[in-house]
Design a binder for this molecule. Structure first.
Ligand code: IPE
Ligand code: IPE
Ligand code: MG
Length: 238
């Protein structure tokens, strides 16, 4: 058997919590609770597989439009989960970072985020990036605006310069984007970064995700030929 290749940077759209709960006659929020457990498990699996960077989509810039009760439940859940998990993450050498406009969160959550990032800043094992109040369009506009400010509008931006100010600039290129929950869309996640990522969509709802499905995604990734515009023969010849 040929050695499988492990993606350096995996991103996951963790979708399906609400439907998972509703199918069990429970409130959507109970699905989010299980979702957090799954996120923790997934971090462990990623570490074992040898993934360098894992980016989890926890809350999109569009998710504010959900019922207020669900939004505030999620905010509280983030605070509690952060407090509970950060020590263990730190012990395992995980470097935690948040991607997105976190200034929109309440003070308590902003503080937990800052503390968690600071505590884990010098760790060198898995890079765990939590996308919260993240939108791919926001990321791009934010980068361009930084450039405009820096150059006072006197210079046209290049792709490399745009990339340098994205929230992911310190991370390896995105190799594999997984979405659970059956929808085959990107929902304004890493739209720039996904330009040449391999996509893996599964019907498995996020609370049912686990090692088996993660391995399936990696197997699928490993079996693909990434051509980046070249012919298959050119890539084989390398
Ligand atoms: C994803 O699950 C989690 C968040 C967006 C926070 P959903 O809550 O979107 O679950 P479904 O899609 O309604 O089942
Ligand atoms: C995307 O899921 C956001 C997260 C997983 C955090 P959504 O459930 O919000 O996406 P749409 O609205 O179905 O596209
Ligand atoms: Mg959803």
């Amino acid at each position: 058997m040929t050695e499988r290749s492990i993606p350096q940077h995996v991103a996951i759209i963790m979708d399906g919590n609400g439907r998972w709960a509703q199918a069990r006659g429970k409130k959507r929020t109970s699905g989010h609770k299980v979702g957090v457990e799954k996120a923790r498990e997934t971090v462990e699996i990623a570490g074992k597989l040898g993934v360098e960077s894992l980016t989890l989509f926890a809350f999109s810039s569009e998710n504010w439009q959900r019922p207020e009760e669900e939004v505030s439940f999620l905010m509280e859940l983030f605070v509690v989960a952060l407090k509970r998990e950060v020590k263990m993450l730190n012990k395992h050498g995980v470097r935690l970072r948040f991607l997105g406009d976190t200034t929109a969160f309440n003070k308590k959550l902003q503080q937990s985020i800052a503390e968690a990032e600071e505590l884990t800043a010098n760790n060198d094992k898995l890079r765990l990036n939590v996308a919260a109040n993240y939108g791919g369009r926001w990321d791009i506009v934010n980068s361009v605006n930084q450039f405009i400010t820096e150059h006072q509008g006197k210079k046209a931006i290049t792709e490399a310069e745009l990339e340098a100010n994205l929230s992911t600039s310190q991370l390896p290129n995105l190799d594999l984007l997984i979405r659970t929950g059956g929808e085959t869309r990107i929902s304004n996640f890493l739209i720039w970064q996904a330009a040449y990522a391999e996509l893996f969509f599964t019907d498995v709802l996020w609370p049912d995700f686990g090692q088996a499905e993660f391995e399936k995604a990696v197997e699928s990734y490993s079996s693909r030929q990434r051509r980046f515009g070249k012919t298959g023969e050119q890539v084989d010849a390398k």
